[in-house]
Design a protein around this ligand. Structure first.
Ligand SMILES: C[S@@+](CC[C@H](N)C(=O)[O-])C[C@H]1O[C@@H](n2cnc3c(N)ncnc32)[C@H](O)[C@@H]1O
Length: 244
């Protein structure tokens, strides 16, 4: 998969994407990440990429010329997404869609954002990573890249991981997990997980995933069509483990 990122701070994205599984995926050629700095396309002696907004107001905007030149020189894979708080919300569904493609591209804004003609005439869509405002699109780009590339076949050690996790095949949040020691500061791991009865453990896990999703994300329950009779039986069989 080829991913092109347009950013005034390529080292930020490169650093993050060089570590851990993502770094490995780049090393093996599974992910071809290409970074482009629009500043390289600035034509004046100061390599200017920003200017004040027409009509006045606080802050600076990224000028269109270096961005257009950078994108047109790189000829990046499409769709090209501008990152911005006003965009379509990035989620696991979109991560799965992008993971099934050969590539896509991301444009990171800085300052107060980019000249609107970039949005109108250069990018294909705009992506937001949540109702928060960041200083720039680089953290958002890293989030998108990691969420997508971990879904590529061969990117993760355990092939079942992207299925058996939150927002996975069953549309639920994941159940709580425990590891050794079985008792820590007097807090015990639920006995069922140590029982060796794998059918019962599976039912417990599904019940806990349901409990957690009902409490924390009722919208996800609605999206999967509510609670079935089987779900109800599981919820009755296993009470929820407490969340503080
Ligand atoms: C300081 S922000 C600009 C915010 C903009 N003036 C506004 O009020 O909507 C600078 C850049 O950070 C990035 N950014 C900030 N918040 C983001 C978010 N929630 N999702 C994606 N990108 C974001 C965008 O690329 C944006 O152009």
């Amino acid at each position: 998969m080829r991913i092109d990122v347009f950013t005034l701070f390529p080292a930020l994205v490169d650093g993050f994407c060089s570590e851990s599984l993502l770094g490995k995926a780049r090393g093996t050629g599974l992910v071809d990440l290409r970074l482009h700095d629009p500043r390289d396309q600035a034509t004046d002696v100061h390599r200017t990429v920003d200017d004040s907004p027409f009509g006045g107001g606080a802050g600076m905007l990224m000028r269109p010329e270096p961005i257009f030149a950078s994108v047109e020189t790189a000829d990046p894979p499409r769709p090209l997404f501008l990152l911005g708080p006003g965009g379509q919300r990035f989620d696991q569904h979109l991560a799965r869609e992008l993971a099934a493609t050969d590539g896509f591209s991301l444009l990171c804004g800085r300052y107060e954002g980019v000249d609107h003609r970039v949005r109108q005439h250069l990018v294909d869509d705009e992506l937001s990573v949540g109702d928060v405002v960041l200083n720039g699109g680089e953290v958002a780009a890293c989030l998108v890249i990691e969420a997508v590339t971990r879904l590529l076949p061969g990117a993760m050690g355990n092939a079942a991981s992207p299925v058996d996790e939150s927002f996975g095949a069953n549309g639920l949040l994941e159940e709580p997990h425990f590891t050794r020691p079985a008792a820590f500061r007097g807090w015990e791991v639920p006995a069922v997980l140590r029982s060796g009865d794998h059918a019962r453990i599976d039912r417990w896990r599904k019940a806990q995933a349901l409990h957690r999703t009902i409490t924390s994300r009722p919208d996800l329950i609605e999206a999967r069509g509510g609670i079935s009779d089987d779900d109800r039986a599981l919820l009755e069989e296993f009470p929820p483990v407490p969340y503080p």
